[in-house]
Design a protein around this ligand. Structure first.
Ligand SMILES: [Zn+2]
Length: 202
């Protein structure tokens, strides 16, 4: 499929997409009609176009590549102390309702031979968050990606999220957070390591 640059007007951010924006735009217009709206009224005239661009942006993680993201930022490890990166913001869309969930990801790992530039952890989180997701899988995918790139002694990932699909539909109390985690290697095998990691998150 053709790759082209489009500009997301809300943020001014430019990114590449393979999404067929014209078809998505036509679908968004039909969607508006189906929910009882008139896509021809003035306030909605440019909405299908905005929706198509927004969705191309919100799902751009499908079109990103792990190797490309970490490229040039893997360095030799000098020690084997636990590295903890806390409070990485994420914004994702739940795959059950196509509504947002968002929050923070905390990552810990104990290096093997390699370490990763700190800014790359946020890029990895973003790559998996910018897809349709469930929070459990987001934690697992981030952990497995770090495992794959760094082959560390172990990695732990904790995700804290609030889910608009729950809150807006009244399923969940406002402000309640969902916490999921994934532990690999020594983070899975050693309670002491896991506890050290979790104590950093308090
Ligand atoms: Zn949902």
């Amino acid at each position: 499929m053709e790759r082209k640059m489009i500009e997301v007007e809300e943020t001014g951010l430019t990114f590449e997409t393979e999404v067929d924006l014209d078809r998505l735009k036509a679908l968004a217009a039909e969607w508006l009609t189906l929910i009882g709206e008139n896509p021809e009224r003035e306030g909605l005239l440019r909405t299908p176009e905005r929706v198509a661009k927004a969705w191309a942006f919100l799902t751009r993680g499908y079109r990103q590549d792990l190797a490309e993201i970490v490229n040039g930022a893997v360095f030799p490890a000098e020690g084997s102390e636990m590295v903890v990166v806390k409070g990485i913001e994420f914004y994702s869309m739940c795959e059950h309702h196509l509504l947002p969930f968002f929050g923070q990801v905390h990552i810990g790992y104990i290096p093997g031979r390699k370490i990763l530039g700190l800014s790359k952890f946020a890029r990895i989180v973003d790559m998996f968050a910018r897809r349709l997701q469930v929070q459990e899988r987001l934690a697992v995918q981030v952990a497995e990606a770090i495992q794959e790139v760094l082959e560390p002694q172990g990695v732990g990932v904790v995700v804290e999220g609030v889910h608009l699909c729950m809150m807006m539909r009244g399923v969940e109390k406002q402000h309640s957070r969902t916490i999921t985690s994934a532990m690999l290697g020594v983070f899975r095998e050693s309670q002491k390591t896991r506890e050290e990691f979790l104590s950093h998150l308090k």
